[in-house]
Ligand binder design. Structure first.
Ligand SMILES: Cc1cc2nc3c(=O)[nH]c(=O)nc-3n(C[C@H](O)[C@H](O)[C@H](O)COP(=O)(O)OP(=O)(O)OC[C@H]3O[C@@H](n4cnc5c(N)ncnc54)[C@H](O)[C@@H]3O)c2cc1C
Length: 400
């Protein structure tokens, strides 16, 4: 799949952070993680900490799938509002999903501290505004449901919004617990740490054949080497769908821009994450080098040519949308890019085993909370491999 345009901001900013060898011999290992993006790296880190022998194999350079294109807002708020999610999966599972995502932010922060990360993890508040007056009852309902779960947030009427921002909206939810990061740099940091704990990482090594047999998996690489493993983890991002016969996701195209750096550190109110109730939604964040990132304007298709051809036009639209909110800020686009984006019907990821492929786990963290879902996948799969019960695993399983 063609996952993105050539030059997402994080890739331009960081370049090749570390290089890894390609696999050049056959080997036998307990676990193969197929994919070295944010999902594969979080899994590798969790398995290394649990003492489970694993290797990571990626057909691209590390982090150069969707991960380097990610705008990396870390939110407990799933793209599907809590009230709507409850209609899909029931009140208990919807509530647990929100709470697990909330906890995941703290867990990512803890990992960032543990590994001495310099990937710009920053705690942020998240401002979710009603795009239209008709969305206010939805926010009121969300506010009550989330408060009842103990989530720390406030309901802002129009007047409060106008006091704190140069734009207006009919109402908003201000959640205190959110964050942001550079997912590409974080991926490398996680794999560097996992490597030091014994995990081998190989890039430029496509897995071209999978054979599931009674005791495990045989994988053949593009170079003809054979990996024999007890378990396979498919952490292959949006390309994971190719390993399933049943369609689990819809693909679309998303766009993002990053501005030139601003001179002031405080660009808007607490440099909070900003997004809205409209679908597709517009979103904004700042970066740790004082830039503004604006994303959205999604198109409901997977067509790399069409997507790439639209990137300039979408960049202009995103800059215009930003200036409609902050007319006094001197916003000038410095980087623009586009990426394929996948969503599931209910907004939850698919994590776990699937009867189609024995000895295999899927870690498909699709949706706007992809990175948070990757953390959940790492925990669920680590627990399964360690023989430890995880009472939340079923919420994200294929049987739901
Ligand atoms: C524009 C954009 C904005 C986003 N914004 C956010 C956001 O704000 N917050 C958020 O949480 N998420 C966001 N996401 C989603 C998030 O980026 C993704 O969920 C995440 O990057 C997926 O990571 P991954 O490791 O699963 O996939 P990838 O990064 O794509 O990694 C999978 C890897 O598997 C490898 N692979 C595939 N097939 C094979 C094979 N056969 N053999 C070997 N290797 C293979 C690929 O080369 C790839 O490197 C955004 C995504 C995009 C595109």
């Amino acid at each position: 799949m063609d996952l993105r345009t050539e030059s997402p901001y994080w890739l331009m900013k960081n370049g090749f952070l570390y290089s890894y060898p390609s696999l050049s011999q056959s080997l036998t290992i307990d676990v193969v993680i197929m994919g070295g993006g944010i999902t594969g790296s979080l899994i590798a880190y969790h398995l290394a900490k649990a003492g489970i022998p694993a290797i990571v194999v990626d057909k691209r350079k590390i982090g150069m799938g969707s991960t380097c294109a990610s705008t990396a807002l870390l939110q407990y708020e799933i793209d599907t509002p809590l009230a709507e999610l409850a209609e899909y999966v029931g009140v208990h599972n919807a509530s647990r999903s929100y709470l697990l995502c909330l906890e995941a932010i703290g867990k990512i922060e803890k990992i960032a501290l543990e590994i001495g990360s310099k990937a710009g993890f920053q705690r942020r508040q998240s401002f979710y505004y009603a795009s239209k007056k008709k969305d206010v009852p939805l926010l009121e309902k969300e506010f009550k449901l989330r408060k009842a779960l103990g989530i720390d947030l406030d309901f802002w009427p129009k007047e409060a919004i106008e006091t704190h921002f140069p734009f207006s909206a009919p109402a908003a939810l201000m959640s205190r617990e959110s964050a942001q990061i550079d997912a590409y740099a974080f991926t490398h940091e996680l794999l560097q740490t996992a490597q030091r704990m014994g995990t081998q990482v190989f890039d430029d090594t496509a897995i071209t054949q999978l054979t599931h047999h009674s005791r495990g998996i045989k994988l053949v690489t593009e170079h003809g080497d054979v990996i024999n493993a007890k378990k396979l983890i498919i952490a292959s991002g949006y390309e994971s769908q190719a390993y399933l016969s049943k369609k689990t996701v819809d693909f679309n195209s998303s766009f993002a821009v990053v501005s030139e750096p601003f001179s002031q550190v405080d660009i808007w109110y607490k440099n909070c994450l900003i997004w809205e109730t409209a679908r597709p939604y517009l979103y904004m964040r700042t970066t740790d080098d004082n830039r503004v990132l604006v994303g959205g304007k999604d198109e409901p298709f997977y067509s790399p040519n069409k997507r790439d051809a639209l990137t300039k036009q979408k960049a202009t639209q995103l800059a215009k949308a930003f200036l409609a909110h902050f007319p006094d800020l001197p916003f000038r686009v410095d980087f623009e890019w586009a990426g394929t984006f996948a969503e599931t019907r209910d907004g939850l990821p698919y994590i776990g085993t699937n009867s189609e492929r024995p000895h295999t786990f899927f870690a498909m963290g699709f949706g706007g909370n992809g990175i948070i879902f990757s953390l959940l996948a790492a925990e669920i799969i680590r627990d399964a491999l360690a023989g430890k019960a995880n009472k939340d695993a079923k919420i994200f399983g294929f049987e739901r």
